[in-house]
Design a protein around this ligand. Structure first.
Ligand SMILES: [Zn+2]
Length: 150
């Protein structure tokens, strides 16, 4: 995975890159992991402006997507930053493995395992449920791994 991070804080940049690689290894095959291009952007006041602490999007082709961007609020605590990164990385796993699909032709639709979920409410979206279920255990496991290395 090629990771590019716009963050002036060297330590935070290093940690985000480490964590992104670590979780990509957990969630994706080696081959898939190798072919992902990921941009991570930290934005101040993201929460104020968009009411989200983080989001992710496909930046390249929607068909078998491999290019992604994650935007995180720069004011989050370290723990919340890692937890939110894990949440967004679950979405990148879902898109890149084709579990979650955004199609635009003949019309815009969101598919989950090829089932139409375009009209599903946020709290019922199965990809969000999976990301919320996994974010905490992934963050815990990553932080535990980092601590055991020191
Ligand atoms: Zn989400």
């Amino acid at each position: 995975m090629h990771v590019e991070i716009n963050c002036k804080n060297d330590y935070k940049r290093f940690e985000l890159e480490e964590a992104a690689h670590w979780v990509a290894d957990k969630l994706m095959s080696k081959r898939l992991h190798k072919n992902i291009y990921l941009e991570i952007e930290l934005v101040s006041n993201l929460k104020k402006e968009s009411n989200a602490i983080g989001f992710s999007e496909i930046t390249g082709d929607n068909w078998r997507p491999r290019d992604f961007k994650i935007v995180l609020d720069s004011k989050l605590s370290n723990r919340a930053t890692i937890r939110t990164l894990m949440h967004e990385m679950v979405h990148i796993k879902q898109w890149s493995r084709g579990e979650l699909k955004e199609i635009t032709k003949p019309e815009c639709k969101t598919l989950w395992f090829d089932e139409d979920h375009t009209e599903t409410e946020y709290q019922d979206q199965p990809w969000e449920i999976e990301a919320y279920v996994l974010q905490e255990p992934l963050a815990d496991a990553y932080i535990k791994m980092i601590k055991s290395e020191i």
